[in-house]
Design a protein around this ligand. Sequence first.
Ligand code: CA
Length: 406
Amino acid sequence: MLRMSATDRLSLRAALWAATFACSLPTAADDAGFTRCLAELRTQAAAHGIDSATFDTHTRALPPDMTVVDLLDAQPEFTTAIWDYLAALVDDERVADGRAMLAQWAKTLAAVEARYAVEPAVVVAVWGVESNYGRNFGQRPLVQSLATLSCFGRRQSYFRGEFFTTLKILQQGHIDADKLTGSWAGAFGHTQFMPSTFMRLAVDFDGDGRRDLVGSVPDALASTANFLARAGWQHGRPWGIEVRLPQGFDPAGAGRRARRSLNTWRAAGLTHADGRALPEGDEAAGLILPAGPTGPAFLTLRNFDALFSYNAAESYALAIAHLADRLRGGETGFYTPWPTDDPGLSRAERRELQRLLRARGYDIGEVDGVLGTNTRRAIADLQRQLGWQADGRAGRRLLEHLRHAD
Ligand code: CA
């Protein structure tokens, strides 16, 4: 058998490393292409109101981050059921943290409500879902991510607009460059605004002349309220109504945008979920069935649409709406249960599950309550061993099994 020299071991390690990160590391061609692309963008900067000193300061010797290009095209390996999504976003921990924020920022939130006519619980609910009340901003330097996506991948023209807008935010001095980190796609700060949304809707509420969605909670809360106000938020109105469908209801007529008057829905036999009659009137309402006709059903009103505009997903809008209700003392969960016998887990339960997986020798990374690919692969492996369906899902049944298995 041949002995492997140190050099061979090093090159083997390099080869393994390169294979692991083949799609992530910039090649020499990527670097050259990026340099050319930045040079081209520099010629367009003036037309976007960016002076060349700003452009050079923030792009000098900047390498591309090819991992964001991978993320742009990534297909999720595992799907997430609506009840799992809500179990983590609207858990007791986020409700308790949100109530603490309502108390801590009561004066600011009252001033925000007076100016923008959006209730404190709603603003705080958005904050809680977007950045966990300022705890998770995202770690990626915004200029680097957006410069890379401006030069590689399939949405370069969109990301160029966001890139130039980011430079403008820096040029105008709203946020310090070293604090401007965010998601891979460029959402940043307490409210996770994209740069273009920042330019349209961020406000300076603490009066220091800067619109600082990273360093100023008052600026962030007011900017969220301003967003919702512009999206048509109606103060004091509900976001929707949980309803009960009549026997034999045809779900083909459902849809957030298939709006009918409350009177029409009443005539079709819909009631409140507890059987009380719906309010009368001409107000337009859509009907959403997030888990199909056997799960909870909701008539959605204009405020639901305002939440939807923040991040175009019904599950997202429902999470904000439900969290806002709970912050105001509303019930846990909905009147109609989700159609599953294996409910989703809160973040505290997810952390417990991760600790139990770790105890079994699985390398799931940090115990953070986030079900990343490593955790889900470990769950799928365990499910296979148990003879269960290997869907990688963290549900109550698996947690109970692990609690009692050891
Ligand atoms: Ca400010």
